[in-house]
Design a protein around this ligand. Structure first.
Ligand SMILES: [Zn+2]
Length: 429
């Protein structure tokens, strides 16, 4: 017996039926775009009649971020431009921006996927959601807001930054949930602690957009802000925006909306599917997207499918937390290292905080990696040398990499409103 209003119930047979229907529709609809049509025909697919089962997904060509950039300004568009009701764009740090178009149905599904996240986080219409993620071209603000309104919560749209205003409105309007980046929540938590505001707040939950948080960060938020639970949201501009999935209170993976997107996990080198449970690159195929459908879109996000049913009882599949990007991967002395693995190691040490920074250098043809880690608050610096050595040994044991470690004072590493820059690579001449 479920009281879910927005979350789907997806037993295996029903899910397979929805996915096959959605895949067939998407393949047929993609034929409206010349790039898609040509590639599908080359792969021997001339329409939905060639898709007989979900296995046929393997025959379809991949789509890449270059396909979206090359088609600037309205790449892979499958509807007439008059049917577009909105666009969003990525930050575009390298090369051209990716602009993604939305039809009215697309914006409705975007709101739906976000409303499902609020429900997954255990919120109700009584909750007050403070939105401190970016607005404008960026998808986050629009998604958090439309989802919150559809869900029926008291919505407080602020946008990122401006800590004083965030704290004042949080207190005066009794926000119970905030959506922000983990870096920003850390700044807020430190400010709340400094000003002794914890008991004047009603905050219970935090939903993190765009930047997953570590166990250490979660502990800091629980202590300093008094929150009950924190959640990582999945998503990307290509998949409407944030909200394609969220962890439930069991915290064993992220439930994703498999009736909206098929998630495949492939080996980033061979592009062949990996067995359930193994880490690989997430590849997504949309099932309802109209303006810019996705066919086997390579996300470059690394994750895994979590096998089995969740202890929460919901019949909604799960993927693991995003373990970094296949292109963020550090190749150090022949070892592949994902930033998530470094956090995992630090989580095992009570005397260090969650903040770290690594620098890669090259000297006489050999690579070196140096890591700065903040000591946990209230811990004496007397033991720094031993602690650094213990962290270094554990890194070697777990990641098979020699990394020199230095312990620094809490609060000394740079904080950022957006994604923290934790890696500096100075190896290139
Ligand atoms: Zn669950």
């Amino acid at each position: 017996m479920t009281t879910d209003r927005f979350l789907p119930d997806l037993p295996d047979d029903k899910l397979a039926r929805i996915q096959l229907e959605g895949l067939r529709w998407t393949v047929g609809h993609a034929m409206n775009n010349a790039v898609y049509a040509e590639r599908l025909k080359k792969a021997g697919v001339s329409g939905p009649e060639d898709i007989h089962s979900l296995e046929d997904l393997q025959r379809l060509p991949f789509t890449t971020v270059e396909d979206l950039r090359d088609g600037y300004p309205l790449p892979l568009l499958c509807v007439p431009e008059k049917d577009i009701v909105r666009i969003h764009a990525s930050s575009g740090t390298t090369g051209k921006r990716k602009v993604l178009a939305y039809t009215a149905n697309d914006t409705a599904n975007f709101a739906l996927q976000m409303a499902r996240c609020y429900e997954m986080a255990g919120l109700t219409k009584e909750d007050r959601i403070q939105i401190a993620v970016g607005y404008g071209l960026w998808t986050a603000g629009a998604g958090f807001q439309a989802g919150s309104e559809l869900f029926g919560a008291f919505t407080i749209p602020i946008g990122p930054g401006n800590l004083d205003m965030q704290l004042q409105l949080m207190k005066d309007l009794k926000s119970t949930c905030i959506g922000c980046t983990a870096s920003m929540a850390l700044l807020l938590a430190e400010e709340v602690e400094r000003k002794g505001l914890r008991d004047s707040l009603s905050l219970k939950k935090i939903i993190f957009g765009s930047e997953p948080h570590s166990l250490k960060m979660r502990q800091a938020f629980t202590e300093k802000l008094g929150v009950e639970h924190t959640y990582d949201i999945a998503g990307m501009t290509e998949m409407y925006g944030p909200g394609t999935g969220l962890n439930c209170d069991e915290c064993d993976g992220i439930h994703y909306w498999a009736d909206l997107f098929i998630h495949e996990i492939v080996d980033p080198h061979t592009l062949k599917p990996v067995p359930d449970g193994e880490v690989g690159e997430l590849v997504v195929t949309s099932l309802r997207k109209e303006a810019v459908p996705l066919i086997r879109y390579r996300t470059h996000d690394l994750t895994r499918i979590v096998p089995g049913q969740c202890a929460c009882g919901r019949r909604i599949p799960r993927h693991g937390h995003i373990r970094g990007r296949s292109d963020d991967m550090i190749i150090y002395r022949g070892v592949n290292i994902y930033p998530g693995q470094l956090s995992d190691v630090l989580n095992g040490f009570a005397d260090v905080g969650g903040e770290y920074h690594v620098e890669l250098t090259r000297s006489e043809g050999l690579d070196y990696m140096a890591m700065k880690v903040e000591r946990a608050g209230g811990v004496s610096s007397d033991n720094d040398k031993n602690l650094a050595q213990a962290v270094s040994m554990e890194l070697h044991k777990r990641i098979m990499a020699r990394i020199s470690v230095e312990i620094v004072d809490p609060g000394t590493l740079p904080r950022a409103f957006g994604k923290s820059k934790r890696v500096t690579d100075n190896r290139l001449e």
